[in-house]
Every structure is written in structure tokens, then in C-alpha cells.
Design a protein around this ligand. Structure first.
Ligand SMILES: Nc1ncnc2c1ncn2[C@@H]1O[C@H](COP(=O)(O)OP(=O)(O)O)[C@@H](O)[C@H]1O
Ligand SMILES: O=C(CO)[C@@H](O)[C@H](O)COP(=O)(O)O
Length: 499
């Protein structure tokens, strides 16, 4: 039997999957690493932690599966998007990576809008200047750490850096480059117009490859450390949401995915790169060549759930929290939560907003608060569902992946709030499965990602929305939507009191 490996470099951990020709996950290994948040709105990681933990996971995944490493024929990647990794001329990291959920770069976003022009930016990069994207981070380093900026010779994104360290191949895949604000989405080339307008030297931008491209094999020392054969075929891989979409079979019009990871994402397939969504949604190149997707992002989805668990129920497993929360009624006995713990992107591009509990009553319990957090995260995702529906797409079902897909109770809440049937997959493994599928196609098991998805994707169940619940959530969603406009100025005034 032959196997492929999918490496998902997430925000909370690197997750490595060993997958056979039938799409069966024969092994998995996860290694976590720290997130550094020295100030409110700051979010950094050490790129060498990613490399160290990925190498450990690559060895443990085949060892614990009890297979011969010689039977691994292909490997690819998915990774957290936008994170800035700056390298010097020797390929050494010059500073910690500034991540996708870091919101320190509001001034740089205004600088990009002033120098490039919002309409020009939207026509080329197809996305608004948002704090989470890479170019604002690059300009922040140029503005605030000029000596580090001077040392930098190239920038990479998280998974591309790990792949560079494992193979020696320096490149960035297009689906991830789409989230930098420097890529011309239609031509899939670095935009000279944007770079020149903001004063960034295009030589900082690495070569571009498609997510499906063969990029080489493992460095001998990496083969030694991982126990994998140096001859393993390595394929570029894609952005985590593009790979999540591949794994969920979002490879045709009308398909939509809901992913509750550290971030929350609602994503829909888009065949054309020529449309104009006026920046209301993210608009990125897909991991499938010459395809695209649109998506809305809740910055603190699983991150809000993590925060609540860490603060109020540290020793209670996630699954038990969700079960206890499900015992609270719809609407959590009159309690609403907004998940703006790290600012927000969709539908409010607001780095200063922070979360709220509204309606706190002395009769409410800890589990009402847990339910309010779960409902608030899902209401936020529903804002993106509504935007995608309003863009004219006909969506007949949504595939749920990530932490929110791990429990029947949260799947039901998604169906009731979205008002759309929710597909639960048998082998839901998030973006890592999409990365494995890229490798499976690359080694010739399938002729296309669509053919692979048809073979690998297995629907376990479809959760239907319950009319009575959906009606109650429609009322609650209207109240939820009133919270942002009524708290955004308060959040700005509270900013001076934040750490
Ligand atoms: N059993 C569970 N039920 C609900 N949510 C969960 C469960 N396990 C983990 N989570 C949530 O899922 C998130 C992790 O999802 P994952 O896709 O692995 O994250 P990432 O890719 O961002 O590292 C965590 O933030 C956590 O809040
Ligand atoms: O910023 C985005 C997408 O624009 C996030 O989706 C990141 O890509 C992080 O993903 P997770 O760690 O939540 O999977």
C-alpha cells in the first residue's frame, strides 16, 4: 500500500495526516506551539517552532501508524494564511512571524489606501486593505523596524517557509499569495503597480507556483530527521482555507464550506476571477488552478471558544463544554455574545472592536455563557453566509469542518442559524486532508482534485435546520446585529485601558 502525507500548519498546532489511496486516514499526529501576544492586538509565532514541530510530527505519524516510511510517496501542505516571515540573504528568519490575527497595522492599511487608491487595490488585488493581510505587516516592519527591513531579502508565508526548510525550494503558492495584497489575482503575478505605489521592492517577493506544482524532494538531513525517504515527492500546497475547500469538495459552483478553526470561515466556490464583490468578501485564488473562492472571516471563532474554556472551564474537555452548553436553551436564557476578541474582519473591518456579553442576568449559569459563545461565533459566521447569499450564489448545503464540526450539537446550531442543511463528513480532517489530496493528485493517483474529492469525500450525515429553532434564531440574529453599531465607539474609548 502506498501513502501520501498532508501537513496542516494551523495557528494552534501542526496537524499531519497519513492517507491511503482510498482517502482513509491511516495515521495522524499533532504538535502544538505557542502564540506570543505581547500587547493587545499583537499575535506572533516563531517560524522555527513550526519547522521543529513539523519534523517531529512527520516522524511520529508513520511510526505510530506502524507503516514502512518507504511507502510514503507524496507530501504537501496547507497553512495559516497571511503571516509575514522575513528572511535575510542567508535564508535566516529576521524576526518572529506576524500572524493573520495581528491587528497592529491599521495605520499601514490607511497608508496603502492613500498610496495605491482603494479602487486600484480592489481592481488588482480584489481585496480591501485589512490588518490581517501581509502587505500591511511588511510596511509596519519598514516603518517601525527599519534595521530589520533593511536586512530582509525575501518574505514567505508560514507553510511556504516550512516547505523551504524541508526541501530547500523557495517559492510561494498562488492561493496563499492571493492573501498578501501584492498579487494581481487575475494574472497571478506580483503587482508592480501596487509594489511601486507603496515603495516595496518586488525582489522581496518570491517566485510563484500553483498549489498543485511539484517543487522537489526532502533535504537529506530532513529525510534523516523524519525517517522519510529523501525521494518523497513534495508539492507546493495551498492556503489553509483553499485546502479546506479541497478536502470538503468545494470545487464547483453552489458549494459552500463553514470552517470553525481558530478563525471562522464561510467560503464559496467562484469560477471567475473577474467579478466585483466591492471588497465585501475576501476573493482569493483557489488551490485548484484557474479557480477562485470568496469568503468571510470571523477573526476569533475557535479562538473565542479557547478563551472561554481557558478562562472559565480550563479542565473541562471541549466536547463536554459543548454538551453542557446544549442543555441551555436557544438564546442562552437571554444572553448574547459577540466574538470580537481580536477585532473583526467580516462584515466589520474594525481592529479596535472587542467582544461583548449582552443581557447578563443573575439566573444565568456558566453553561449559558458557553452557549452564548457558541451561538455568537455562529451568528458571526452567519453574517458571511448572508453576504454570500446576497452576492447571488444559490447555496443548497454547507460542509462543516474544523472544531465546530466535531460535535453534533454545534452542527445542529449551525444548521438552525444558517437555515441551510449542514453536511458532516465521515473523514473530516480540515485542511490537512486537502493537502493530502494535492499530493495524491501530484503522484498520479487521480487526474484532478475534483476526481480525488469525489473518491475521498464521504458524507456521514446531513443535519437539517429545525423550523422552530430557525425562527427563534432569526429573531436573535437581528438583536445580535445591533450589538456592533452600539458598542464600536465604547470599544474605541476602552482601548486606552487595554494591555
Ligand atoms: N470538540 C470540539 N468541539 C468544538 N470545538 C472544538 C473542539 N475541539 C476543538 N475545538 C475548537 O476548534 C479550534 C481548533 O480548530 P483547528 O481547525 O484545529 O484550529 P487551527 O487550524 O486554527 O489551529 C479550537 O480553537 C477550539 O476552540
Ligand atoms: O486569516 C485567515 C484567512 O484570511 C485565517 O483563516 C487564517 O488562515 C488562520 O486559519 P486557522 O488557523 O483558523 O485555520
Amino acid at each position: 500500500m502506498e501513502y501520501v502525507i498532508g501537513v496542516d500548519l494551523g495557528t494552534s498546532a501542526v496537524k499531519v495526516l497519513l492517507v491511503d489511496r482510498h482517502g482513509v486516514v491511516k495515521g495522524e499526529w499533532t504538535e502544538s506551539y505557542p502564540l506570543y501576544q505581547p500587547h493587545s492586538g499583537y499575535s506572533e509565532q516563531r517560524p522555527d517552532d513550526w519547522v521543529e514541530k513539523t519534523i517531529t510530527a512527520l516522524r511520529r505519524v508513520w511510526e505510530t501508524a506502524g507503516i514502512s516510511p518507504e511507502s510514503v510517496v507524496g507530501l504537501s501542505f496547507s497553512g495559516q494564511m497571511h503571516g509575514l516571515v522575513l528572511l535575510d540573504g542567508d535564508g535566516n528568519v529576521v524576526r518572529n512571524a506576524i500572524l493573520w490575527n495581528d491587528t497592529r497595522t491599521t495605520a499601514e492599511c490607511r497608508e496603502i489606501e492613500a498610496k495605491v487608491g482603494r479602487e486600484t487595490l480592489l481592481s488588482i488585488a480584489k481585496n480591501e486593505a485589512l490588518e490581517g493581510f501581509t502587505l500591511p505587516k511588511l510596511l509596519w516592519v519598514k516603518n517601525h523596524e527599519p534595521e530589520l527591513y533593511e536586512r530582509a531579502r525575501v518574505f514567505l508565508l508560514p507553510k511556504d517557509y516550512v516547505r523551504f526548510r524541508l526541501t530547500g525550494h523557495m517559492a510561494m503558492d498562488v492561493s496563499d499569495a492571493a492573501g498578501t495584497l501584492l498579487l494581481d489575482i487575475k494574472t497571478k503575478t506580483w503587482s508592480e503597480a501596487i509594489a511601486r505605489a507603496v515603495g516595496v521592492d518586488l525582489t522581496l517577493c518570491p517566485p510563484l507556483v500553483e498549489a498543485t506544482a511539484f517543487v522537489g524532494t526532502l533535504r537529506p538531513e530532513v529525510a534523516e530527521q523524519t525517517g522519510l525517504p529523501a525521494s518523497v515527492n513534495v508539492f507546493a500546497g495551498g492556503a489553509d482555507n483553499a485546502c479546506g475547500a479541497v478536502g470538503a469538495g468545494i470545487l464547483a459552483e453552489g458549494k459552500m464550506m463553514s470552517s470553525i478553526g481558530t478563525s471562522g470561515v464561510v467560503l464559496a466556490y467562484e469560477q471567475s476571477g473577474e467579478k466585483d464583490f466591492a471588497g465585501r468578501v475576501h476573493y482569493f485564488n483557489h488551490a485548484e488552478p484557474n479557480a477562485y473562492y470568496i469568503m468571510g472571516v470571523t477573526l476569533a471563532a475557535g479562538y473565542s471558544f479557547d478563551w472561554w474554556k481557558r478562562t472559565f472551564a480550563e479542565d473541562v474537555p471541549f466536547a463536554e463544554i459543548v454538551q453542557r452548553a446544549a442543555e441551555s436553551p436557544i438564546g442562552a436564557n437571554g444572553l448574547l455574545f459577540t466574538p470580537y476578541l481580536a477585532g473583526e474582519r467580516t462584515p466589520y473591518a474594525d481592529a479596535d472592536i472587542r467582544g461583548s456579553f449582552v443581557g447578563i442576568d443573575s439566573a444565568q449559569t456558566k453553561w449559558d455563557f458557553a452557549r452564548a459563545v457558541i451561538e455568537g461565533i455562529t451568528f458571526s459566521l452567519n453574517e458571511s453566509v448572508e453576504i454570500i447569499k446576497a452576492s447571488g450564489k444559490t447555496i443548497d448545503s454547507v460542509v462543516s469542518i474544523g472544531g465546530g464540526a466535531k460535535s453534533a450539537e454545534w452542527l445542529q446550531i449551525q444548521a438552525d442559524i444558517f437555515g441551510i442543511p449542514v453536511e458532516k463528513l465521515k473523514n473530516e480532517q480540515g485542511p490537512g486532508l486537502g493537502a493530502a489530496m494535492i499530493a495524491a493528485c501530484g503522484v498520479g493517483w487521480f487526474d484532478s482534485l475534483k476526481e480525488c474529492a469525489d473518491a475521498f469525500k464521504q458524507v456521514d450525515s446531513i443535519v437539517e435546520p429545525r423550523p422552530d429553532a430557525a425562527a427563534k434564531y432569526k429573531e436573535l440574529f437581528a438583536i445580535y446585529r445591533d450589538v456592533y453599531p452600539r458598542t464600536k465607539e465604547l470599544a474605541k474609548r476602552l482601548k486606552v485601558f487595554r494591555p
